[in-house]
Design a protein around this ligand. Structure first.
Ligand SMILES: Nc1nc2c(c(=O)[nH]1)N[C@H]1C(S)=C(S)[C@@H](COP(=O)(O)O)O[C@H]1N2
Ligand SMILES: [Mo]
Length: 516
């Protein structure tokens, strides 16, 4: 029988190993989790980077003169040695009733978290990989130290030697840590490579520039929708659990199917063509009445109609089936792509290469069609085909095959259920009917008479249009309602329909309280 006092001193090697394995699990899991959060959030790399940034000049000199170009591996070896020593100590100090070793791991976690959140551009989420990793590390430390000191109860008569049990557990944990770490490191390197590739992209110089934005296109109402949507607040909708990572040198667009001449474009081939720049408002078909799944950006890209002319579209082709690098597909009517509108293969958004989440390096932008039938991100394949032959991703799941954007209008100010003082009240919002254009917006209160809103200057038929309306608000609870009319003269329908299968309809309304 083993006495409690004896337990705490037994098997120092196994305990040290338990500590080291636990730290390995923490680091491996941290590495893997950092892939989801961001390349600078890996605890190991973050601590390494902070060490590099904070080390005095003489230390760097010493590292470079001693290790030359191997200074980075040398740093990693040095860090690993320190971590192994501390982790072994943690293993030796862990007690069933005194989790001193766990506390040491937690302290290492604090170091990792402070390093990760101090990296440039980091937010609090950078702490997550370390926190998750250390939490799992502590679990492993508890399990392994327990296994190191307590013989397992005999199972079905046979005795299960505790050494074997320990080795099995430790081996499994090491394999897990190594797998997670290697997977994370590989994915992290891939992401870092693509981000570096993106930083190196220079924007094409454009002769055919977007029209300047007229003064007043942005209504100066606090809480109103800005005419241009910055990349970081632009809505993002896609089926990608992990953002595809594709470098410009890997990118190809294969154009095939019902064409006279197949063509495979590289990034350089694309860049040799003549670009255009346009402001275009994108909208998601899933946007419900009053929803925010719409955004307006200035895009630089290459005309789709010119590329289609180059390959020679056969007369029987009526669909462009585009496929993204992750297999997502979109079907777009060839007629729409060739009717003169500014459909493009975009490479830039708001003066920057496309953000990874918005399709880097190349995506489609087609004015007037919902994103699911037009806006393929990370696009790598174009097949000219027919609507009676092929079905795209969302059409197979019950959505329409064709889906022009429906006229919509939205109240942005005042906020839903806002309380406002009686008197002069500015109501503001946006309206869109891409490729038809907005002719009028009207507002009414409590289902009374419609009043014409003041429209901001029109930019183009392919962008949304902001509006304001002033009301002498009287006390009480009121319902504001808005409707738009497009330049074809069609008034937005009041009929409420869900986004499925081809876009929501109905008037947006907002209830507010006016204080006396
Ligand atoms: N590869 C790919 N492209 C895609 C999608 C997708 O799921 N995968 N979603 C589409 C949909 S439904 C919309 S609304 C737009 C959204 O583009 P954004 O995320 O840049 O706003 O992308 C389109 N392109
Ligand atoms: Mo969408």
């Amino acid at each position: 029988m083993t006495g409690r006092g004896e337990v705490t001193t037994r098997r120092p090697v196994a305990r040290a190993v338990a500590g080291i394995v636990a730290a390995a699990v923490a680091l491996g899991v941290g590495e893997l989790a950092s892939v989801l959060v961001g390349p600078d959030s890996s605890p190991f790399l973050a601590v390494g980077s902070v060490t590099v940034d904070r080390s005095p000049a003489w230390a760097r000199e010493f590292a470079i003169t001693t290790f030359g170009t191997h200074d980075k591996p040398a740093l990693f070896v040095g860090m690993s040695a320190v971590i192994v020593a501390i982790a072994a100590l943690a293993g030796l100090m862990e007690r069933p009733r005194g989790p001193y070793g766990s506390a040491i791991l937690a302290l290492l976690g604090v170091v990792g978290v402070s390093a990760a959140v101090s990296r440039p551009g980091a937010t609090w989420t950078a702490a997550l990989p370390t926190v998750v990793g250390v939490a799992l590390g502590v679990v492993v430390l508890r399990l392994l130290t327990a296994a190191a000191v307590t013989p397992a109860p005999p199972a079905s008569g046979a005795s299960w030697p505790s050494r074997r049990r320990f080795l099995l557990l430790a081996g499994a944990a090491v394999a897990f840590a190594a797998g997670a770490g290697a997977l994370g490191a590989r994915a992290g390197q891939r992401l870092a490579g693509v981000l570096e590739n993106r930083r190196g992209v220079t924007l094409p110089s454009v002769a055919d520039r977007a029209a300047p934005i007229p003064a007043g296109a942005d209504v100066a109402v606090p809480g109103g929708t800005s005419f241009l949507t910055p990349d970081d607040t632009f809505y993002r909708i896609d089926t990608a659990l992990r953002v595809p990572r594709l470098r410009t040198d890997e990118w190809r667009l294969r154009i095939h199917g019902l064409v006279d001449r197949e063509l495979t474009l590289t990034w350089d081939d694309l860049r040799r063509r003549t670009p255009i720049e346009r402001a275009i408002t994108l909208t998601c078909v899933s946007n419900d009445v009053g929803g925010s799944l719409a955004g307006n950006a200035v895009w630089i890209g290459y005309r789709v109609d010119e590329l289609l002319d180059e390959v020679g579209v056969r007369p029987d082709a009526d669909m462009l089936l585009s496929t993204s690098v992750d297999g997502f597909t979109v079907g777009t009517p060839v007629a729409v792509l060739r009717d003169g509108r500014d459909a493009m293969l975009a490479v830039a958004m708001n003066g920057e290469p496309l953000p990874l989440a918005h399709g880097f390096p190349v995506r489609q932008v087609v004015p007037g069609l919902y994103g699911f039938v037009s806006a393929t991100k990370w696009v790598v394949d174009w097949e000219l085909t027919r609507f009676d032959r092929a079905q795209a991703y969302w059409t197979r799941r019950g959505w329409a095959a064709q889906a022009p954007i429906k006229t919509a209008s939205r109240i942005d100010v005042p906020a839903a259920f806002a309380s406002v003082p009686a008197g002069r009240l500015v109501v503001a919002g946006t309206a869109w009917a891409q490729h038809r254009g907005i002719a009028a917006v009207e507002v009414r209160v409590d289902e009374g008479a419609w009043h014409a809103a003041t429209l901001a200057p029109s930019y183009s038929v392919d962008t949304w249009r902001q509006w304001t309306w002033e009301w002498d608000a009287s006390a009480g609870t009121h319902a504001l309602q808005v409707r738009a009319t497009d330049l074809d003269g069609s008034v937005q329908t009041p009929e409420r329909r869900t986004p499925i299968p081809d876009g929501a309809t109905g008037w947006h309304s907002r209830t507010i309280t006016v204080e006396r």
